[in-house]
Design a binder for this molecule. Sequence first.
Ligand code: CP3
Length: 354
Amino acid sequence: MSRPANDRLLRALAREPVDRTPVWFMRQAGRYLPEYRATRARAGSFLGLATNPELACEVTLQPLARYPLDAAILFSDILMIPKAMGVGLAFEEGEGPRIARPVRSARDIDALPVPDIGRELRFVTDAVTLIRRELAGRVPLIGFAGSPWTVATYMIEGGGSREFAQAKALLYGDPKALHALLAKLAHATTDYLNAQVVAGAQAVMIFDTWGGILATPAYYEFSLAYMEQVVADLIREHEGRRVPVILFTKGGGAWLERLSATGADALGIDWTMELSAARRDTLGRVALQGNLDPGVLFAPPAAIRAEVARVLENYGRGPGHVFNLGHGIQPGVDPENVAAMVAAVHELSPQYHR
Ligand code: CP3
């Protein structure tokens, strides 16, 4: 398989020169798009959609039909691994994920099966194969997984959380049990990402949405260490091409130097930190992806353009920047405002690459 016709993303992740800054955004397929809501209604539910390769392929391609983006991201969810472990995953309309059988003790964790990813999550690798065929080399496809720690929080809490009371109780009360859970998740995550790469994912991203709620020593021990382990065991070259890895810890601004030493090719940066500071802290070791405040998309196009200009200017000259939001796009955003963001990146970024 050859390099995609548009290889700006892969070049930027390798810190090679590009003509303009590549752009894609987290949660680019999703509820802010009316065509997504229509496909989901046809599927009956979010899980019905995500477990059907044809429909998952259709929604993956929807944002690319609307906007001139430089990458596609597989339509799936970070909670497919717990689903494969049989914890009883469901998505309640308007409430987010629910796990019927949370894991809260050493005994629960011991009883968790090591999933056969190739079999249990065949619908994901089938979706990857289909998306690659439909993309026909136009832009690269990004695969993804959650970090072991972030996925563990959902398994322990039984869903989303504000305080993470159960997860913190386990972390401080029975760290050995938490390590056993994270080790199982790290193995499954490695298998899962490698299966996506073999099926055709050309870059992979690890979402550590809840790393930022940890104290620094706990972050190193329970989140970073396991991402590092996953990175070390990933397939880094497939069919003669490097498969870059992007790590994103939301709220991880204080830990970028350590993150840049994990072996990742790039780091996602949230909007609370400036890219210029991130560039300084990572010592030129990695590319940076981000970091427009997703809330900017609620403002009119002129304001969006000004904020895009600010992010580009703050990163500054030279390669190694992938334009993105600092976190996922929010459901109430007007699709026209997203078009304004993409157009601003196209127009304003070439001057930084001359
Ligand atoms: O970026 C993309 O377009 C690819 C698809 C994608 C989804 N989830 C689809 C989805 C990706 C990359 C994810 C990752 C994900 N899932 C994360 C990490 C990234 C982040 O946003 O922090 C997390 C924490 C989850 C877990 C999850 N899935 C939650 C908390 C929820 C409910 C809240 C919400 O945002 O809707 C989901 C459901 C989900 N995953 C939806 C989508 C499009 C919405 C479901 C619906 O259609 O109603």
